[in-house]
Design a protein around this ligand. Sequence first.
Ligand code: ATP
Ligand code: MG
Length: 553
Amino acid sequence: MSAPESGLPVHAKDNPNTPSDGAPSKNALKKAAKDAEKAAKKAAAKKAEEEKRAEQQGSAEEDNAKDNYGALPTDSDVQVTHLKMIGEEHADKTINVIVRVHNSRGQSAKLAFLMLRQQGKTVQSVVAAGDEVSKQMVKWATSVSVNSFVRVTALVKKTPAPVESASIKDYELHIRKIYLISPAMQMLPVQPKDIERPPPEGNVEEGATDATGMPVVTLKTRLDNRVIDLQSECNQAIFTISSAVESLFEEYMRKSGSRKFNTAKLVGAATEGGSDVFEVSNYFGKKAYLTQSPQFYKQMLIAGDCESVFEIGPVFRAENSNTHRHLTEFTGLDFEMVFDNHYHEVLSFAEKLIVFVVTELLSRYKDEITIIQKYFPKAGDFKIKDGKALRLKYLDGVQLLKDAGHDTSEQDAFKTDLTTAMEKALGKIIREKYETDFYVLDEFPMAVRPFYTKQHPANPDLSYSYDFFMRGEEIMSGAQRINDAEELETAMRAKGVDPSSEGFVDYVSAFRQGCRPHAGGGLGLNRIVQFFLGLDNVRQATPFPRDPQRLRP
Ligand code: ATP
Ligand code: MG
């Protein structure tokens, strides 16, 4: 028999074990007592459960802030302030921000601190139980998973002392409302706090820890998890600089009257050797190739009376180069222009272009550079003496190396280019001697330049070509180009290239109707950012790098 709902002890007369004569047996009495005890226990448990529920219901009713947190309300006219804009005019005012929860710390049932983040910038915030904030709201705020997006309504307060752990140090947010916009999964493959630390130096094994016992996040892990990695303060600043380099390049070119073009990246025949190009195996049943530079098209535009052209676009290189400065796909900043008398007009133009880009970066992007400097200490020390480019002849560069004890016998014979090690050594020598990280070498040996390069009229071993260097590494190659079809054909044959072959016939033909003398250059955006900021690796200056090992993400 089950215990009666009332929880009262079972009465003897209701018990089926009770003898029919009305006198209960000893056994029956014992059993009845046991049953009564059981029922009492059950009833007590039930009562406790009911009391708990009642308490909970009661407290829910007492939550005076239940509309101030939780799921995002459907309001549609909320004015939102960007975190980076917070300043004096917001002090003691209430603002709305849409931010990530960078981390959270519950201090007590009534108090929690949330570090909030937007585009790498952080601000301290406080959730303290009071008129508009309940204990339940404090608890909920700390339960939001790290990295989730929330919309916060908060009172901006000037901080009594700078908050050193936040990038916005002079203000904090006193949260009045907090709603979840988009949750982050609990287990992030890389923690935002791990990517906020400087990258490890040298080769570090996966899974290694640093001196403080924190896991070291290698470049590979960062790139594998690039979306989280991009959220870091440092990366946000790096890509602001990268975007700025592109727009400053464009600003300078447009101011000069140049026009921007987007030339074809798919071509029907491999040029410049063929081994360095990627093949598209099925272009409607035929083969196509990805261009390794816009060189031919820039020159064809010049032949098409465009006079001055530039392009910002992808450049593909099928070289199996696994170095800190080589990618298989990078962003080329290319330009080509006619000149009136001498190719040095174009060289001077290009030098001033780089001086413009660097000096504007240094003046317009101080804040970003300061941030990057925390992670890459060289970022802030780029030197450019007297706001001018240093131009040396290639052979003068060789001489500087020779003076410093380098064996330059191969370079003296005009057969090989400077090695990477020599370029870096020269960078150091020049920095010490001339106090600059940007310099130009002019008049390279003909043998190390492509066939379309103009030969030096006074010395057939040399050419009218130049390379630009930042911190001892190449950022640009350029030259005066051959503008005469016959001269071009001869130069091609001398380098074993057939001018009538499919990949070249249109290019050579472009010069048959006459073409003004012209020169230009090709810069790598990723390299400029890398070397200007003193980053360790070109991949750090590339949002989604492509190299022989990496085709994702
Ligand atoms: P390097 O000697 O460093 O391999 P390169 O002489 O082969 O460079 P160019 O063909 O002269 O390069 O290309 C012009 C510019 O494009 C370079 O100065 C550099 O800024 C950039 N660049 C060239 N190759 C790469 C690459 N693989 N990855 C990133 N940038 C590159
Ligand atoms: Mg080059």
